[in-house]
Design a binder for this molecule. Structure first.
Ligand code: GDP
Length: 432
């Protein structure tokens, strides 16, 4: 998600402008001279596109050198933003502090949009044209308070943003897409048969659904699910189901086409390399994941002991996967499948509001800062969620983070927000 930073002297109306852009009157902290605010990001959208607005705030309470203070603020904005909004007070006109900031902003390659705020009437709007002299191009005369000119400003921001992503449309209507995968003989077709009674019968009753001939619509837990490539699961008597290579391609394609994968493992046998490859396909494709240990009826006390050890060792990298112990033969825990799928999909689609994400993050980095490295510690400035399905986060930082610290942030993120059954991607964008 592209970032727009708002820069300007205290009292020019930055908070009011941010409120105007995000379109609600939430508690954006007042723009009081001499009051330090942290960089606060907010979610915004305009013309069907999403972006993040960062109110750079950040004045030292009693900065002796105001020019230096605003330069530091501008520097942070330039470092983290895709577009900078430079706000001046149209009634006051430009001051020498404004001009110091402009010099700093012009040195960067980032697009800067000049906002002449407090243009509440036509007279001030005319006044504002004199701000051309700042050398930042056309001043946008805006009344953040009354809304005057804010539409034109938002259009200009959209034009300056690099490929601002279209808001992702809601996923296509129709049943959720599930891949049921696992190596041969783990019990895939046996499990499918548990649900097959009403299979296909519902095809016509689900409006707007296109189902491939190899797919099936299946009722599981009172809900219709779109099972991908069930043709690959049916046993053709007397025929081998193809080479392992072919089977693996088919598995990969099914996972790709699905939103959530059920990876079936044979609980009576050791977790194999082939099982691991299938699990990796799911995590690398970024799909939600439910691991079902089938043939649980064959698991006795001894096997249970070894299985626990195997799980600890072999599934260490995916502790977030939802695990079920079931038996396609006896029907044990088969009713747990639908709730597990729903939970995994809910995690997969989770969007954490930016304000909530950052108040959590601020507390986290305060309690456990990045370790010092070569005399300095990289700082996390703020974070945004760049997408869902699976949840993807971007950390804006002063420098690359240690891998260990990044894992720590991910672990804490999961502790706070859940994401059970879904991978989570975190990328770091160090400022340049
Ligand atoms: P697929 O190749 O993954 O589709 O596996 P199948 O469904 O064909 O099952 C392979 C073998 O395992 C068959 O002999 C099944 O009867 C058996 N099987 C499947 N599920 C279970 C189970 O829960 N318990 C036991 N004991 N056997 C099972």
């Amino acid at each position: 998600v592209p970032v727009v930073a708002v820069v300007g002297r205290p009292n020019v109306g930055k908070s009011t402008l941010v409120n105007r852009i995000i379109g609600r009157r939430q508690a954006v902290v007042e723009d009081v001279p001499g009051v330090t605010r942290d960089r606060v990001p907010y979610d915004a959208q305009w013309a069907g596109r999403q972006f993040t607005v960062v109110d750079t705030g950040g004045w030292e309470p009693d900065a002796k050198d105001r020019a230096a203070a605003i330069a530091a603020q501008a520097e942070t904005a330039v470092a983290t933003a895709d577009v900078v909004l430079f706000v001046v007070d149209a009634v006051v006109g430009s001051t020498d502090v404004d001009e110091a900031a402009v010099r700093m902003l012009r040195r960067s390659a980032k697009p800067v949009i000049l906002v002449a705020n407090k243009a509440d009437n036509a007279a001030v709007e005319v006044e504002a044209t004199s701000l051309w002299s700042l050398g930042l191009g056309e001043p946008f005369a805006v009344s953040a308070l009354h809304g005057r000119g804010s539409g034109e400003l938002l259009d200009a921001i959209m034009e300056a943003l690099p490929e601002a992503p279209k808001i992702v449309e809601d996923r296509p209507r129709g049943p959720r897409r599930v891949a049921l995968v696992g190596r041969p003989n783990v019990g895939k077709s046996s499990l499918l048969n548990r649900f097959s009674g009403e299979e296909r019968a519902v095809v016509d009753s689900v409006a707007g659904t296109t189902v491939d001939p190899v797919d099936s619509l299946v009722r599981i837990g009172g809900e219709t699910w779109h099972l991908v490539d069930t043709a690959g699961l049916r046993k053709r008597v007397g025929k081998a189901s193809g080479t392992e290579y072919y089977a693996s391609l088919r598995t990969a394609a099914a996972i790709e086409a699905a939103e959530v994968a059920v990876v079936l493992l044979d609980a009576s046998e050791p977790i194999s390399e082939q099982d691991q490859r299938i699990l990796s396909m799911v995590t690398e494709t970024g799909r939600a994941l439910v691991i079902a240990f089938n043939k649980w009826d064959l698991v006795d006390g001894d096997r249970r002991y070894y299985l626990d050890k195997e799980i600890e060792r072999e599934l260490r990298r995916i502790p977030w996967a939802i695990r079920l112990n079931l038996s396609a033969m006896t029907g044990r825990a088969v009713d747990k499948l639908a709730p597990a799928l729903r939970k995994a999909l809910a995690s997969w689609e989770t969007r954490v509001p930016t304000a909530q994400l950052n108040s959590w993050l601020t507390a986290l980095v305060q309690a456990t800062p990045h370790p010092v490295r070569g005399g300095r510690a990289p700082k996390i400035l703020f974070a945004t969620q760049a997408g869902t399905c699976p949840p993807r986060f971007v950390l804006f930082t002063t420098a690359p983070l240690d891998a260990g610290y990044q894992r720590f942030v991910e672990r804490k993120l999961r502790e706070e927000f859940g994401f059970e059954g879904s991978p989570v991607e975190i990328s770091v964008r160090p400022r340049k």
